[in-house]
Design a binder for this molecule. Structure first.
Ligand SMILES: [Mg+2]
Length: 243
């Protein structure tokens, strides 16, 4: 059941994977890691590559230094540990995202209600943010967005590893968004399928809508959100806002 609206929302923050995009994450992540690590066969053993990929990602997610972008934290750590300079690494990464990443689109499908959420938000003049965890470069996020049938022009802000200094579930990530779009937290609504990464927006003073179609429940505890329902319910909820 969806509770009645109590606040004036001016911005809608939307998660991508498992929310706007029907993504088979169980298949996508192993296929992604296999394909990416395969690019580096000539430089480093695959198990070592994967270990350092996770290690550098973890360091980026835990970063609290507001002066360092996610991209900087990740590549500083990753390049040091695998012993490849960023200048050597960059063309390989670019080649991967241009030529290999598109093959992973087989794991993503258009969600039939994604477009209606966007249309309802536009109708009510909400600022739209693609609040996907900024642990990926823009090139990977824009491709996944296209798998969902949506386009970058529909969003005022898309969070990527190049433009953000924090990651989910750090509340600082959500506060950085509110500063960027110049909308106070109390006028924002975050919608996503992850009970930890998306609902942590509440720690930044942002109301939350748990999208249950592909819910990622991270603990036994009952998740706490202001609202919950399917993506279709979210579209109806946004449509009925009287801004
Ligand atoms: Mg998600």
């Amino acid at each position: 059941m969806i509770k009645e609206k109590t606040k004036l929302y001016k911005a809608l923050l939307l998660d991508l994977d498992g929310t706007l995009l029907d993504l088979d994450i169980e298949k996508f992540i192993p296929a992604y890691i296999e394909a990416l690590s395969g690019k580096f066969n000539n430089f480093i053993r695959q198990d070592n590559f994967i270990k350092h990929l996770f290690g550098a990602t973890n360091k980026m997610v835990k970063n609290e230094d507001p002066a360092k972008k996610n991209e900087t934290v990740f590549y500083d750590e990753f390049c040091r540990n695998i012993g490849i300079s960023f200048e050597q690494l960059k063309p390989l990464i670019e080649d991967f995202y241009r030529n290999d990443f598109p093959n992973l689109s087989c794991w993503g499908q258009v969600h039939p209600h994604a477009q209606s959420v966007i249309e309802a938000a536009k109708k009510n003049n909400l600022t739209l943010v693609l609040a996907t965890n900024p642990i990926f470069p823009a090139v990977a996020i824009l491709q996944r967005l296209s798998w969902s049938g949506l386009s970058a022009e529909q969003f005022q802000l898309i969070t990527t590893m190049e433009n953000m200094h924090f990651c989910k579930p750090n509340p600082a990530y959500y506060l950085e968004i509110t500063r960027n779009i110049k909308c106070p937290p109390e006028n924002c609504l975050m919608a996503g399928n992850d009970t930890v990464e998306d609902l942590s927006a509440s720690k930044a003073g942002i109301d939350t809508f748990l999208v249950e179609d592909f819910i990622l429940q991270r603990s036994e505890k009952e998740p706490i959100s202001n609202y919950r329902g399917s993506l279709k319910d979210l579209a109806l909820f946004i449509d009925r806002l009287k801004n």
